[in-house]
Ligand binder design. Sequence first.
Ligand SMILES: [Zn+2]
Ligand SMILES: [Zn+2]
Length: 336
Amino acid sequence: MALIEVTKKGLYCPQADLFIDPWRAVPKALITHAHSDHARSGNGLYLAHEHCVPILKSRLGRIQAQGYGYGMPFSCNGVRISFHPAGHVPGSAQIRLEWKGEVWVVSGDYKLEDDGLTTPYEPVKCHHFITESTFALPIYRWRPQQQIFDEMNHWWAMNAAEGRTSVIMAYSLGKAQRILKHLNRQIGPVLVHPAVEEMNSVVRSMLPALPETIPWQINQLPGDHRKALLFVPPGAADSWLEPFRPYSVAFVSGWMNLRGAGKRFASDRGFVLSDHADWPGLLEAIEATEAERIYVTHGYTASLVRWLKEQGREAFPLKTLYDGEAEAAAGWMQNL
Ligand SMILES: [Zn+2]
Ligand SMILES: [Zn+2]
């Protein structure tokens, strides 16, 4: 019997009787991170990294949850379980499961670059590695984040000089905080949509390095709003932005380097910044696990499996229901 199998409800460990990021309600769920395609409502008990728990509670309401520190193992029916930094968003984790000397690691979503706020990714050695593959095509190669932040600050300064508010559309968990950490605050005030501020306050309570932001109420404008940078979640209604006219909108995502992505998200400007590993990052991470078998899910599964097999690795596709960034954005648009 394998330590992890795919069931209708999600990845399942029969020995521990636990699901991982299940997409249907289950009694006990291990959660890699609080993005909506990984952490759904309705589970009886949520087991997650201790920084993930307050985020889960803020998103899902009253839930029963248990938090653990990174690298602090606990036992469940003889299976040794621990959370390890995934570097994806605050509170994100890879999950390591060990039973009778066999080690499996479920990566969840991960990125290798240290974003200055999230606990940086750490490779975990294992026999079986389940990896995501959101950007598993050789065309995906991220530039160093500082270059992107420099361009973003330059774009903001130009807008401010020309009397336009700068609007950044970014996911309220992860992307928004990562950008906030790297903005040049000399340029002007930083205002945030209430949904973003809610997440900021939860993240700030655990990671005080997150800079302060001004929650923005509709129909309320600070005197220097032309110099302001405003954060909204993807698909925020036009009525929220109306008082700020004229403004310039930028969408920030790994998908921005696809032709047409800017149009799709109705933005004037796109910045390529992702909280997922790029192609070289995925290969580096897989190599570092020294895994004998690699299971690929969540993205360009076939592409990565084919490449790994060509290198003589044992690789298999795993069919799961994680949506990835683009679909998450589309889903949120409907909710706003
Ligand atoms: Zn995610
Ligand atoms: Zn995901």
